[in-house]
Design a protein around this ligand. Structure first.
Ligand code: LLP
Length: 470
């Protein structure tokens, strides 16, 4: 049995003994040949089935609740349409994500807008396009939004983002619920109560309730229970102090996925059931009506649906024990390893006609000029050779979304697979894309053929055409 077979369990992936890895019914090799590498392959049925499981579980455990896909995990036009078709709402964090959604035809009333520093332009866009709910991150933003809403004669529905003071067990850069977080309004020193009273008294916003997000890639639900308790405690305090009760509690996103075989995230159903029961129990404790539960999953919808395919280039031994297989992608299409020490599996797919070699401890290295550009530091796989493929599962979330052109590498293509059909949903960038935003002052172009004096006192032309010394 090969390493790939042993590691199975991702929906829409299939190992066919004679033919190798299939994704959504398409051969990984054929996809790589047709669309090139690096390639992000997204399994459409896996995305849809996760959306449906979220909606069904929400209907069973917290009827009237909302599932809001967090677009930051992966958003483009096709994805926005898919989420719209599945009946989910959409969380956007910037004017740019809002543009992608609206441009795709996503219904604005189903958009929830986030951001810890929304600009007046972003807020105005949201108001003018009729964005359904705005999540206000801080007091100055509340004042700014009121001003804009007053001048436009609108009264947007809002949630206030609060800091529940809970630390999730996850990497510190993807943890957000702790007391000194840059996101949200503190429950301490009366800040949250002051903002709530202000919003309740405002003629220009309509307060629906509260939001929190404690972090991402969360594998144990205990942190959520603490966060629900802190949030419901506050909802109880507000009810006693003002007589008003929140009708919405948005618990953000964060449910983890299985990057490694030993990762055991709770199921979507267990996660929602646990949250819903905790909200009900805490509402009883506080003597307030049960608020509607909203959640904002990103990674747990698209993460496991994605497989990244790379082609092996140079293979070399370094020192006595390290075998490097360099691939044609890296931190440019997946910065998560360099940023958060994220860990992945990697499967070697032998080129057709090649036999698997001895199993080795391999380091899959990226192509960038950075020692830290390693995709998988140690993985046991059959000895790789130039031309083989490496498949990295669980690559759908926060990879393409965070990709860059560092070192002048074009972004990969993204292909959606379903029932043996492959449809391109983002074309591969080409070299001309790398210069499409560049502008050249006329003087610079004129002088490009006149090399500077290389002895040290290079004469340079300033932008207004006069000469200066560099
Ligand atoms: N809601 C809010 C307010 C968020 O800040 C986030 C993620 C989500 C929902 C979705 O969380 P999810 O269900 O995907 O965990 N780049 C990092 C992850 C950053 C997450 C930022 N916020 C990574 O690659 O792990």
């Amino acid at each position: 049995m090969s390493a790939v077979q042993e590691a199975f369990g991702y929906g829409e992936q299939e190992w066919r003994p004679q033919e190798g890895l299939y994704l959504g019914g398409c051969s990984a090799w054929e996809l790589a040949d047709q669309f090139g590498t690096p390639l992000l392959v997204l399994a459409e049925s896996e995305i849809r089935s996760r959306c449906r499981r979220y909606r069904r579980a929400m209907e069973s455990y917290a009827p009237g609740g909302r599932v809001i896909y967090a677009g930051k995990a992966f958003l483009n036009t096709a994805m926005a349409l898919l989420i719209a078709q599945e009946g989910l709402c959409l969380d956007v964090v910037s004017g740019g994500e809002l543009y992608i959604a609206l441009n795709a035809g996503f219904p604005p009333e189903r958009v929830v807008m986030h951001g810890n520093n929304k600009t007046p332009e972003e807020l105005s866009d949201a108001l003018e396009h009729g964005v359904g709910t705005l999540v206000v991150d801080n007091f100055p933003e509340l004042l700014l939004l009121e001003d804009l809403a007053r001048s436009k004669g609108k009264r947007p529905a809002i949630l206030l983002r609060l800091i529940p003071g809970v630390e999730a067990h996850t990497h510190e850069y993807i943890r957000t619920g702790q007391a000194d977080s840059k996101f949200g309004i503190s429950l301490e020193q009366g800040q949250a109560m002051a903002a709530t009273r202000h919003a309740l008294a405002s003629l220009h916003v309509q307060l629906l309730g509260f939001h929190c997000h404690i972090g991402s890639q969360i594998l144990a639900l205990d942190a959520y229970l603490m966060a629900v308790e802190a949030m419901m405690d506050f909802i109880g305090q507000v009810a006693r102090a003002t007589g008003w009760t929140a009708s919405v509690l948005d618990m953000g996103g964060g449910l983890g996925i299985r990057y490694l075989p030993e990762d055991t995230p709770p199921s979507i159903e267990t996660y929602l059931q646990t949250l819903a029961e905790a909200v009900r129990a805490q509402a009883r404790r506080q003597g307030v009506p049960v608020p509607r539960l909203w959640v904002e999953p990103g990674r747990s919808i698209v993460g496991e649906a994605g497989t990244a395919l790379y082609r092996v280039g140079s293979v070399k031994e370094a020192g006595r024990r390290r075998l490097y297989a360099a691939v044609d992608g890296g931190m440019t299409d997946n910065p998560r390893v360099a940023l958060y020490q994220a860990r992945y599996q990697a499967w070697l797919l032998k080129a057709p006609g090649r036999r698997p070699g001895a199993v080795r401890d391999v380091t899959v290295a990226g192509h960038c000029c950075e020692s830290g550009d390693i995709l998988v530091p140690h993985v046991r796989m059959s000895e790789p050779e130039r031309g083989d493929l490496v498949a990295i599962p669980a690559s759908g979330a926060y990879q393409y979304a965070m990709s860059s052109n560092y070192n002048g590498y074009p972004r990969p293509a993204v292909v959606l697979v379903r029932d043996g059909r492959a449809m391109l949903i983002a074309r591969r960038e080409a070299y001309p894309d790398l210069v499409r935003l560049d502008l050249v002052p006329p003087d610079l172009r004129q002088r490009a053929s006149e090399p500077a004096d290389q002895t040290g006192s290079a004469a340079v032309a300033s932008l207004d055409g006069t000469k200066g010394e560099a």
